[in-house]
Write a protein that binds this ligand. Structure first.
Ligand SMILES: NC(=O)C1=CN([C@@H]2O[C@H](COP(=O)(O)OP(=O)(O)OC[C@H]3O[C@@H](n4cnc5c(N)ncnc54)[C@H](OP(=O)(O)O)[C@@H]3O)[C@@H](O)[C@H]2O)C=CC1
Ligand SMILES: Nc1nc2c(ncn2[C@@H]2O[C@H](COP(=O)(O)O)[C@@H](O)[C@H]2O)c(=O)[nH]1
Ligand SMILES: [K+]
Length: 346
């Protein structure tokens, strides 16, 4: 046994120190970024906030709404080829700049991925997503996908430490998804005791990725626009959101009405709900690692998008970052014991 004694931080443990700035208005801030990738030839420009590849947030409807803002959606892996065809036939051509195909690492996953890529070669992004990105099998799978698809942008995760970020980038990934256990409907930390406070994971993993010319996605743990800003401030190139995009018109999940109030269900992809839906129940040797919750219905995602982007633009003016790209360089975090005045919150 070994113990690391330096403190690892989550979003709630810090605030961003304001700095002198020449920016006159939040309208002067650009949130667009342009990336070149480590392996894939063609780069990308857009606002690097993305919907998670959960079946409640990574929907075609969400992708259509977010693409309006040049934001991104990791489409969940449970759509059929026919559903993909119908979507791509009806969508604008540029949608492929703003979506990723998600896949697991089983042999059936590989077959489905190949079929999708054969039929729709215009798709540019592949998100290889497993709960535990530390397995040798996962690294081999990433290598195999890179060999087969030299031109595609490969996202791989999830991991939370620098050495595994490096290994996956060297195996062929362009972008590493970072986060184990921070999710709003995640119970991994409770069930397994494994995890890493998200802000420190971002800082460590961004450093490793940027050293090799790769990028990272901060995945999970953002509860507010301020957390999204802190993730970018810590060095995340992209920020992925589940809970913050749940409960909307474009979200998946059942719409239910109780005593005149509307809710949408939201659940982890490793919850009993998801396992009942897609694998006929929880296998006997494992535990569910996700929760199912009811989220008050919030209507179209457009308002939430404005709220998030407005918040991050405001952060940028507080520290004098004219472009999102400058935010990390201009961020000094201060460790804090308190965040909010809770006088009027229940
Ligand atoms: N970021 C996070 O903290 C987490 C995210 N998730 C999300 O939920 C999705 C579904 O998760 P889930 O069904 O649990 O698994 P995955 O879809 O990630 O499973 C992938 C494969 O990894 C194997 N595996 C080995 N160890 C583990 C482990 N500790 N946890 C999970 N799989 C493991 C599984 O085999 P076997 O089942 O035989 O063990 C399976 O073959 C994930 O793809 C991810 O998107 C889930 C949990 C944590
Ligand atoms: N441990 C689990 N993590 C899960 C599960 N389903 C999804 N996730 C992860 O959460 C993020 C979204 O986090 P949020 O805080 O923005 O809601 C998602 O991208 C996955 O990485 C699960 O069942 N268990
Ligand atoms: K995920």
């Amino acid at each position: 046994m070994r113990i690391e004694l330096d403190i690892k931080l989550g979003f709630k443990n810090v605030m961003i120190r304001p700095k002198r700035s020449t920016l006159k208005s939040r309208a002067d801030v650009s949130l667009e970024r342009t990336f070149k990738f480590l392996h894939a030839k063609k780069g990308w420009t857009g606002i690097p906030v993305m919907a998670a590849n959960m079946d409640t947030t990574g929907t075609f409807e969400m992708a259509t709404a977010l693409a309006e803002h040049k934001m991104f959606t990791a489409i969940h892996k449970h759509y059929s080829i026919e559903q993909w065809k119908a979507f791509l036939d009806a969508a604008e051509e540029s949608i492929t700049e703003h979506i990723a195909v998600s896949t697991g690492t089983g042999s059936a996953d590989m077959e489905k991925l190949n079929e999708l890529m054969n039929q729709f070669p215009q798709l540019r992004f592949i998100c290889i997503d497993v709960a535990n990105g530390y397995s040798e099998h996962f690294v081999k799978f990433v290598k195999k996908v890179r060999e087969k698809y030299p031109d595609k942008v490969i996202i791989a995760g999830n991991v939370v430490t620098g050495e595994m970020v490096e290994e996956l980038l060297l195996a062929g990934a362009d972008i590493i998804k970072v986060g184990i256990g921070p999710g709003s409907v995640c119970t991994t930390r409770l069930k397994t005791g494994v995890g890493f406070p998200q802000l420190s994971a971002i800082i460590e993993c961004a450093d490793a990725a940027h050293g090799l010319g790769g990028q990272i996605i901060s995945d999970g743990g953002c509860k507010s626009p301020g957390d999204v800003a802190k993730a970018f401030g810590g060095g995340a190139d992209f920020v992925m959101l589940g809970g913050m995009f749940s409960g909307h018109k474009e979200s998946g999940g059942e719409l239910v009405e109780e005593d005149g109030e509307k809710f949408k269900t939201f659940y982890g992809m490793s919850s009993e709900t998801a396992m009942e839906k897609y694998s006929g129940g929880v296998a006997e040797y494992r535990a569910s690692e996700g929760k199912t919750v009811k989220v008050p219905y919030r209507g179209p995602v457009e308002d939430t998008v404005q709220d998030i982007l407005g918040g991050v633009r405001s952060t940028c003016t507080y520290v004098g970052a004219k472009k999102l790209k400058e935010l990390t360089k201009r961020t000094t975090f201060i460790r804090v014991q308190e965040q909010l005045n809770e006088m009027f919150s229940e």
